[in-house]
Ligand binder design. Structure first.
Ligand code: WT7
Length: 705
């Protein structure tokens, strides 16, 4: 398929020679909190002074600075310090690692019980300067992005200089269309250099971006645009994924019909198919070409909003999680470096889409702040065949591979030769994120993909935490990694497990509600337009602590294992979904008075939604017709991945006397553990249980046929 994204200009033929990267004599912590922005001194094969063909010696922090003092501490002492003296720890990190327009006056002002979280008060900076200009000054021709396009072997490299220029043109375009500091801009684009430039262009002028995953339906997109009152939308005519076209512009057209706040829709041409342009539409490439490639950065307060990212909670309405400038950037850059052992010259391969927090923190902000070469993966793990990831690793010489357990579970079903036939010797660290990784997937990833020689980090975090909070690394040199366990809190993270009475559980070998009891710079600041919901969801359940919504187990060695969500949020292929969102979509059907959705285990997707549906007695259509209509409803209201895998028609749902649906019972019926129903004394009519068990039996038999 031909594409129109002027690759000619973006092409940079430099092949990155990574051969020398595997030796590093310096201790793991030697450079802690020192800048990682030394230019690579070597020349690439084309004799361009751009690629990093040798490892520079870790820079020695100047004597007397805090970084210098820190470089002498062990990991244990550093971790302790990050908790006992966060002002010193984070203050020095922020001063050393970020470029400030105006230095901050106070490191933090936080009170978790009231949801007040401020870091680096009084400071001014610009995130795009930290992600672009500081690197362009030192190594303009270093590759910032490798866009691994859907069609293998057609990757496009974008240097830091080119990315800065594109970002500035885009920033000037937004400004000339009336977008100002504080305005919200929706980005509905697939992973691409222009999507990254769009995020950074917003950051440059102080606009607040909200990236909406390009798999969401028009109604889901509209809901987010309306909630954020976006002034503009950036999109593409079409997307290309797994060889298939996705009609993005058409989805945006449908969405903005109900979005009066949107003044302009900027449309980029990803394919040759011309988009039908309406009154509000602006051709992005055309208008950008008229704008200057220089744009003065807006100095922003540390706590000005950087972006909103919508995520599911336990009610039907997604939450616009707010992240701000300095704390988020510092936290993503520090975690990117230390969790993945990122070193100058690495090619960082995070497979996530920019529509999720993983894409924000570890495709865009963390790696770019560290001056890394970051991979933008547009395709799927099985296109054109199940060797795609590993062929990409070989071709791009990827050093860190960060992926989702669901993809690994899918791939391990194929023959090992799909992995083994590609050279994976460039890999140094493997990472997993988004959902619990099972032992089988962990061992396959570690031994088949990594040949047993790369540390594999299971990283636990959330949209709300901004960056990785619990992961096996960093740790003392040579510290063990326990398979399928997130294990160790990152600097500044103090996990605490809470019991049923709200008491902090002491000691090891205990399970409880996972909370974090000290603020950290990367944490979310609010829910857009509803700060009270922010307080209620995260700080009310265990006053004075941030409640994650997850349960966890602390092993006898003091390591953390995440056991799963404790609320009505499920995780489908690493994507978070509120069961209430699906129920709200189903309940729109006129023949459906009531539904209940639960998550059940699935061997590839992790979890899938299972819907219990009550139909009106006098429904006109046959149930199979209605069920298809229900599937369509979820697809148009949310997204395809949210469509329940199972529908079970029942006469009624198990409810308490006060009318609350007892999902616990539904879960037990599906999991066939009804021998242990627990306390059913609050059930309004216990005979409903038998009814549902029978309906489920019948359903199972039908399925088996
Ligand atoms: C939820 C957050 C973090 C970026 C991607 C997902 C689950 C995440 C792990 C892990 C077990 C995990 C949790 C969490 N989760 N990572 N390593 N082990 N569970 O971000 O969409 O905000 O979802 O994903 O349940 O609360 P998200």
């Amino acid at each position: 398929m031909k594409t129109m994204w002027s690759p000619g200009k973006l092409w940079n033929k430099c092949r990155i020679n990574m051969a020398a990267h595997r030796s590093r004599g310096a201790g793991f912590f030697r450079t802690l909190l020192s800048r990682c922005r030394t230019p690579g001194p070597g020349l690439c094969q084309q004799q361009h002074r751009c690629c990093l063909s040798s490892v520079p010696a870790p820079p020695t922090p100047p004597p007397g600075t805090w970084s210098h003092q820190l470089s002498r501490l062990s990991h244990r002492d550093l971790y302790r310090l990050s908790l006992t003296d966060p002002d010193r720890f984070w203050g020095s990190a922020a001063a050393d690692r970020l470029r400030w327009v105006k230095p901050f006056e106070r490191v933090r002002d936080c009170e978790l019980s009231s949801g007040k979280i401020s870091w680096f008060l009084g400071g001014k900076l610009n995130v795009s300067v930290n992600c672009l200009d500081v690197h362009v000054e030192k190594h303009p021709e270093r590759v910032a992005l490798i866009w691994e396009r859907d069609e293998p072997g057609t990757e496009v490299k974008v240097t830091y200089r080119e990315l800065l220029e594109t970002t500035c043109r885009l920033a000037n375009t937004l400004k000339s269309h009336g977008i100002q500091k504080g305005d919200r801009v929706a980005i509905y684009m697939p992973v691409s250099p222009l999507a990254v430039a769009a995020m950074l262009a917003c950051a440059r002028i102080g606009a607040v971006h909200t990236v909406v995953f390009a798999g969401f339906s028009s109604e889901a997109l509209a809901g987010r645009i309306q909630d954020a009152q976006c002034k503009a939308v950036l999109t593409c005519n079409q997307g290309v994924r797994g060889g298939r076209l996705v009609h993005l512009k058409a989805t945006v057209d449908a969405a903005v019909k109900t979005c009066p706040s949107v003044q302009h829709v900027f449309v980029s041409q990803r394919t040759e198919q011309p988009a039908v342009m309406g009154e509000r539409d602006v051709s992005l490439e055309e208008v950008m070409s008229h704008h200057a490639s220089v744009c003065p950065p807006e100095p922003l307060d540390s706590e000005d909003f950087l972006f909103l990212l919508y995520t599911s909670g336990s009610t039907g309405k997604p939450k616009g999680i707010v992240h701000t400038q300095a704390g988020y950037l510092l936290y993503t850059s520090l975690t990117h470096q230390y969790v993945f052992d990122y070193r100058d010259g690495d090619v960082f391969g995070c497979m996530a889409d920019v529509g999720w927090i993983t894409g924000h923190s570890y495709v865009v902000y963390g790696p770019l702040c560290n001056g890394a070469t970051t991979v933008l993966f547009e395709s799927t793990p099985v296109y054109p065949d199940p060797g795609r990831y590993w062929e990409t690793v070989e071709r791009l010489r990827i050093t860190q591979f960060y992926g989702a357990p669901t993809a690994l579970r899918l791939l391990l079903k194929y023959d090992e030769s799909w992995v083994k036939k590609y050279d994976r010797s460039s890999l140094r660290t493997l990472g997993s994120v988004g959902e619990p990784i099972n032992h089988e997937a962990w061992h396959w990833f570690h031994s088949v993909v990594g040949d047993g020689r790369c540390p594999l980090v299971d990283t636990w975090w959330q949209t709300e935490t901004g960056g990785v909070c619990i992961a096996p690394r960093p740790a003392e040199e040579g510290a063990p990694i326990v398979p399928a366990m997130a294990m160790r809190p990152f600097f500044g993270i103090q996990p605490v497990l809470m019991g049923e009475e709200g008491e902090a559980l002491s000691g090891d070998s205990v399970s409880g509600a996972l909370c974090i009891s000290q603020p950290w710079p990367g944490m979310a600041r609010s829910i857009y337009g509803d700060h009270q919901r922010f307080i209620d969801a995260y700080f009310k359940p265990f006053p004075g602590h941030y409640f994650t919504g997850d349960g966890a187990y602390r092993s006898e060695d003091g390591y953390y294992q995440i056991t799963g969500r404790m609320d009505d949020v499920i995780n489908v292929s690493g994507h978070r979904l509120g069961t209430a969102e699906i129920e709200d979509a189903l309940d729109e059907h006129p023949a459906v008075p009531e539904t209940a959705v639960i998550g059940i285990p699935h061997d590839i997707k992790g979890e899938v939604p299972f819907a219990f549906v009550v139909l009106k007695e006098d429904v006109g259509d046959a149930p199979p017709v209605i069920l298809q209509q229900l599937r369509d409803l979820v697809t148009t209201k949310i997204a395809k991945y949210a469509v329940p895998e199972h529908f079970l028609v029942v006469k009624r749902l198990p409810k308490t006397r006060s009318g609350k649906i007892m999902r616990r019972i539904l879960r037990k019926v599906v999991m066939e553990t009804t021998g242990d129903l627990g306390d059913v004394s609050t059930l309004d009519d216990p005979s409903v249980v038998k009814e549902i068990i029978e309906a489920h039996e019948l359903y199972r038999k039908e399925k088996k046929k």
